[in-house]
Write a protein of this length. Sequence first.
Lengths: 230, 186
Amino acid sequence: MKAVEKVLIFDSSSLISLSLNGFFPELKELKKLFGGHFIIPEDVKKEVMDNPLNVKKFELEALRLKELMNEGILELPSAIGISDKQINPITNEMMSKANNMFKTPQGNIKMIHDGETACMALGRILENKKIEFAICIDERNTRMLIENPEAMKELFERKMQTTVKLEKNNFAFFKGFKVIRSTELMYLAWKKGLVKTKANGKLLDAILYGLKLNGCSITDGEIEEMKKMK
Amino acid sequence: MKETDNVLRILQETRDAIEIDNSAIIKDLSNQTINTASLTQDPDNIAVAVIVYALSKIYERKDYRNLPGWGKANSLVKGALDKSIMDLKKNDENKFRKDFEEIRIALEKLSGRLKDYVADVFRKAQVNKASRLYEHGISMESTAKLLGVTMFELAEYAGQTGISEVHGTQTMDVKQRIKIAEGMFK
């Protein structure tokens, strides 16, 4: 097996935003530029390909995602020599840490599930192997857990109207991951001229709001900032 | 069941709101179970949130009340609510679950346009409550699993709401995040 240099891990939410906006041709072009692997853990595959195959409204999206797997654009961790046997115990440990990190008088808040955690578990394995990686996550809460658990605590307190005590010893399990969203990915695609369309003028605006309105957690302010960066 | 007293109050007030024909009150009541549902992820609280929200949507459509089958369904719903309230007062949770489910069963027995509308309302109620749990900080995948909806449905719905604009949830400067992306593609 050729040495793995870099990996972009996708969680379900980012693939869903890309899928609902029809950005797979751009994803294929990005893969050529990347020169590494686009990896999804088995649990993410179940969530975005296997389960939606039974829901008529999203069957087509699931089939198109399957096609990306068949074409080798998206790969399972086994493609880079990492097995589920290696990932699963770390996933379980991280899930237990995350779901026991925010304590309320009513009990601990169970905030994350297998697919999201498997992405981070895979990240830890890659980190140990000294392989460069980032995780593409569109959903807000897992990203907050990684980047600012204190803000997550405040959100819980505000929304659930309860006191939340943080188990700070568990921070370390989630710290240090590099996280991007589908919006940053598609910003790059746009910047590199990979978004093929005859439309002009508001293309970046259309791309970013398309992703936001299909689930990517990005504020209007962030979008405006990205547009100014061009 | 978690916070039984709160659930009992919500069901009693829902029953009263049906009597005075005020769907706005019912909708508001459905939101009041979300805190407990997101905190404890208790299936009973989640079921109450979904069914009470669905009732608010069904009772707000006054034009459907002239359709055949409405009268019978309406009295079955009220009967099932009354029985559910009694079950909770007697602390009989198993009987409560059975009687409370009767509300959905009664409505799903409707025929024609009403049946289609009710099916659509229940699906949308599940997605709506899933998005509220996500808004409260529970991850997208956990929420989708708890409510039995796909992540596609949830992402599509959540994207149309203001969840991404909630104050205090931006955890990194966007320029820094773009730098990460650019760094990965160098």
